[in-house]
Design a protein around this ligand. Structure first.
Ligand code: ADP
Ligand code: MG
Length: 372
């Protein structure tokens, strides 16, 4: 028998009364919890990495991830509450990652959140993981404009969105092949650097000359906001074939610097073009690749010259965390989102409106809206 939300709802007020928000993130291999105050200030942000559980297998093992979440979640939540100095009973809502992610891993977080919300009689809101990354833009700067261009750059995404003040997002462009993070990871692999490749290339490139070895920059048609990084990868492969191995440390640094520069310049050029095309002046850059020091430096220079209002979340909010889920939850609650005692996981959920046609990279997709 399926209970309707009102049958599950305990008596008492059902609306959201602004107060501390607890968020839980368990979509992959990090068990994370955070507490945000109603003004959007992070009171605590605890991330328990399962890297030690999975590294001997060379990748994330879903069943082990689910078990590790189950074993840790209560402790991680307790730590987040203790660090925030917030009692469970003082919470006003729970935000939890609903998808996309691993089924077993998501189930742990969502069921924990539902049980807690039910017990306390407070709203539980389900958050799309990508929506969480985007909301990280407001963590360090709650005054950052709500209407902005967002560049999501991670291991799986290189997407440009126009975000409206009400949270509604429109996809402006995306990668046709590899994501920027993937380009970093694959490039690093070719160079024999450690995984994850982004931080490794970032480190090695610091002593290199970005102009010493020229790499192609992909700019499709004029005004296009689409990305492509597969040509860049091939170019690195050909350069490596031409060079005698082993590479000298100097050659390695120049290759890393040139390769990184090509990715960074393309990301920056397209982000600026998106601002120009949308007549907006605020740019948020989120996701793991936004930790890249060269990308941060180049964008920082534009911002310092007054060319744009920039939100580049601190590194701890770039990679997976629960503070970003709390931030997205707060935005949803403020927009009127309420009780969801029948919340279910959405392991395959994308960002796009589920009612719209889902083509992979089709023209239709660009016209569709995503609700953030
Ligand atoms: P996903 O959730 O899609 O796996 P994340 O947001 O966790 O992605 O980001 C991981 C990606 O970020 C990896 O591809 C990694 O190489 C990249 N990355 C992390 N730090 C840096 C950095 N300093 N420079 C470039 N890329 C980075
Ligand atoms: Mg992520």
């Amino acid at each position: 028998m399926k209970l309707r939300p009102q049958e599950l709802k305990p008596s008492g007020p059902t609306g959201w009364r602004p107060g501390p928000i607890l968020a839980i993130e368990s979509s992959c291999d990090e068990t994370a919890a955070a507490v945000l105050d109603p003004d959007g200030i992070v009171l605590s942000n605890i991330v328990f990495s399962q890297q030690a559980v999975h590294e001997k297998f060379g990748g994330v093992v879903p069943e082990l991830a689910a078990r590790a979440h189950l074993g840790r979640i209560d402790l991680v939540v307790s730590q987040a509450l203790a660090q925030a100095k917030v009692a469970r009973t003082a919470l006003s809502a729970v935000a939890v990652t609903q998808g996309p992610g691993l089924v077993g891993a998501l189930l742990v977080g969502v069921n924990y959140a539902k049980a807690l919300g039910y017990g306390l009689g407070i709203p539980v809101v389900g958050i799309n993981h990508l929506r969480g990354h985007i909301a990280s833009a407001w963590l360090a700067d709650p005054t950052f404009p709500l209407a902005c261009v967002v560049l999501v750059v991670s291991g799986g995404h290189t997407h440009l969105y126009r975000r409206e003040a009400n949270g509604h997002c429109v996809l402006l462009g995306r990668t046709r092949d590899d994501a920027a993070g993937e380009a970093f990871d694959k490039g690093a692999q070719m160079l024999g650097l450690a995984y994850p490749g982004g931080p490794a290339i970032d480190r090695v490139a610091r002593s290199g000359d970005p102009q010493a070895i020229a790499f192609p920059r992909f700019h499709r048609a004029k005004n296009s906001l689409e990305f492509s990084f597969s040509g860049l990868k091939t170019s690195l492969l050909y350069k490596l074939r031409e060079m005698a191995s082993p590479l000298t440390p100097g050659q390695m640094a120049d290759l890393a610097a040139g390769y990184q520069e090509a990715i960074v310049q393309v990301l920056v050029t397209k982000a600026l073009a998106a601002l120009h095309q949308t007549n907006l002046s605020a740019l948020a850059v989120v996701g793991g690749v936004s930790a890249n020091s060269r990308l941060r430096a180049v964008l920082g220079e534009y911002a310092a010259r007054g060319k744009l209002r920039l939100s580049l979340p601190p590194i701890e909010f770039c990679t997976d965390n629960a503070a970003m889920i709390a931030s997205a939850g707060r935005q949803l609650l403020m927009s009127g989102e309420r009780w969801s005692s029948d919340l279910a996981i959405s392991p395959m959920e994308g960002l796009m409106n589920p009612n719209a046609t889902r083509g992979v990279g089709g023209v239709n997709e660009r016209k569709e809206n995503a609700y953030l």
